[in-house]
Write a protein that binds this ligand. Structure first.
Ligand code: PMP
Length: 399
């Protein structure tokens, strides 16, 4: 067989998908499984989104569309980000992609030459590392342990930027930790970023509408507008509108970057489908009550999960204030046994939890923090309570 490209030696399937697939398989075999593994919202978009898609379908010419995104979609996104507080952007600052994942992949290709450095905090969303490795970037991971609430400090950022990375990638609210940086914390990071003009700043803010407790959503570019020619804001419909399978992602960026991503689109995907674009416009410009209601619900689910976790002796869980994830430090279990099975790592823990209790979580090592695991709590309350009770029980059975 002829050989695959060298870069495929660096590419691996998403660790989250591996667990999710195993949970699915066990369910199909008849096991009672609670899956906290995959980060999908448990709600659907409003009827107006489907209506727009049906209407577009009736008119769809089946032709190729715009590489950047339809004008209507770009305008809807501009309106959406203005409401978030990101002002002064025009059509030339925008590009789209098949979900934020694709947009981030395009950005990696657009911004990073082989051997260039990209820096980002850990815990990180798994694909950051995978994408960086596929494009051959050097990765500087900035460890943010539970002792610092999984948050990057200005001093850590300053040290990382002294190495002049080509890209600093920042995710807020965070997947996997659910942490949200306060306004002051974002401002302190922005104050460091202004001193390092050689570094692009990619902000992955796809959970920007899912922030609890009045903490609010803040971006470095709002607090230090002089960063505007280096900040690339990334967004997606997947989580906000319950539309992960529609695959729509966006950037608002300096014109040269938006243009580069559009050029990549012209070679990779040509365009988003017209029907999808029409549905996306309806989501962005239609009633915003669904995201607001879901956000409220997630806050109460967060409380249920967090309460159960901190009731377990030795488990530490920084209080998540956004997205729909909790990321407890479960290392107190390491060295113990369950049903005669010794647990020495997060991977052992998750495997044994799934086998013994039918609860699927993702090991923290997939996110660069091997002391933790990720709970995605976007599920009905009944499943949530059942799963959490089983986790509590599992810990009680350790010896
Ligand atoms: N960034 C983060 C932090 C995510 O959690 C995800 C999805 N899990 C993505 C990007 C990709 O989202 P999309 O569905 O838009 O590709």
């Amino acid at each position: 067989m002829p050989k695959l490209a060298t870069r495929m030696g660096r590419a691996k399937p998403s660790a989250i998908m591996v667990i999710a697939e195993k949970a699915k398989r066990l369910k199909a075999e008849g096991r009672d499984i609670v899956s906290f593994s995959i980060g999908v919202p448990n709600f659907l978009p409003g009827e107006h989104v489907y209506a727009a898609a049906r209407e577009a379908l009736a008119k769809d010419s089946g032709q190729y569309g715009s590489n950047r995104g339809t004008d209507a979609l770009v305008d809807a996104f501009l309106q959406h980000i203005e409401a978030l507080g990101l002002t002064g952007y025009g059509r030339a600052n925008v590009s789209t992609g098949v979900g934020a994942k694709h947009v981030l992949y395009n950005l990696a290709e657009a911004l990073l030459d082989e051997g260039d450095e990209i820096a980002f905090p850990a815990p990180y969303w798994t694909s950051y590392l995978d994408i960086a490795e596929i494009v051959g970037a050097r990765v500087n991971i900035l460890p943010c342990p539970p002792e610092q609430n999984y948050k990057l400090t200005p001093a850590q950022l300053d040290e990382a930027l002294q190495r002049k990375p080509r890209v600093f990638l920042f995710n807020n609210p965070s997947n996997p930790t659910g942490m949200v940086y306060t306004r002051d914390e974002v401002a302190a990071l922005a104050d460091v970023l202004v001193n390092y003009p050689d570094t692009w700043i990619v902000t992955d803010d796809i959970y920007n509408t899912m922030v609890f407790d009045g903490v609010g959503y803040h971006n470095v570019v709002q607090l230090r507008p002089e960063l505007k020619d280096r900040v690339i804001f990334t967004d997606s419909l997947s989580k906000t509108y319950g539309m992960p399978g529609w695959r729509v992602g966006f950037i608002a960026a300096p014109e040269a970057v938006a243009k580069a991503v559009t050029t990549l689109n012209s070679n990779h995907i040509t365009s988003l489908p017209e029907v999808v674009s029409a549905a996306a416009v309806a989501a962005l410009t239609g009633p915003q009550d669904i995201p607001a209601a879901r956000c409220k619900e997630f806050a109460t689910k967060r409380d249920r999960v967090h309460k159960a976790l901190v009731s377990i002796p030795g488990v530490v869980c920084p209080y998540p204030q956004g997205a729909f994830y909790a990321f407890p430090d479960i290392s107190v279990a390491f060295g113990k046994t369950h049903d005669g099975v010794k647990i020495t790592s997060d991977v052992d823990f998750c495997a044994q939890l799934l086998d013994a209790k039918g609860v699927a979580c993702v090991p923290g090592s997939a996110f660069g923090e091997p002391r933790a695991l990720r709970i995605s709590y976007s599920c009905p309350d009944e499943a949530l309570d059942k799963g959490m009770a089983r986790i509590v029980e599992f810990f009680a059975e350790l010896s």
